[in-house]
Design a protein around this ligand. Sequence first.
Ligand code: DC
Length: 221
Amino acid sequence: MKPLVIAIDGPSGVGKGTVARALAAELGYQHVDSGAMYRAVGWKALQLGVPLEREDAVAAIASGSTIEVSATMVAIDGHDVTRAIRTPEIDKAAAAVARLPKVRTILVERQRAMGESGGIVMEGRDIGTVVFPHADLKLYLDASAEERARRRANDPAHSGPVALAEVATALKERDRSDSTRAASPLYAAADAIVIDTTHAAVPEVVAQVMSIVRRTLAGER
Ligand code: DC
């Protein structure tokens, strides 16, 4: 059987990364954090002083750059930006470039190419709706805004303010931007399995998701 394409979507700070990484490790699949690609493009645009609302210029950056997203590292044109893209400034820049349809078209094409032979767990906002509408399994993780702000504030990979109120305000703003934008807004695909993780610890969610994956592999769903 061809290895699965697994799509994981959901809002900021819900823990998609942790769950996707654990799932990929368990299955021996590739894990791709599609958000890191938007972040890398935002990072490079800021480096070059390109205004983020200039769609053609930002799209030229997206199409003209080599972006590598591996389990341990994110690089653009060979620059390791793994840590540099996890800052409040890049949170905002990534949300701004993710609003641009031309940028999305370029990155979605690359994301589809990565999933061509299956064996992939890709996380993002539009993976089950746009990138892989025929994914073998679609998961949509959700959690209350308060719990997501708490998780983000405690995320060691993310630098910046740890004051919960500040994190919560920035997160709300990104939720608004991601869900109301015209191009591929965040929503759960009709055939996605929605899991509310507000009261569930990561190992619990991973176990729940793994049992769904086993059923998918066995052809039971
Ligand atoms: O998942 P993240 O927070 O690293 O994503 C960064 C930004 O990119 C965020 O504003 C949502 C956006 N994004 C998107 O629009 N589509 C994706 N597939 C992944 C992320």
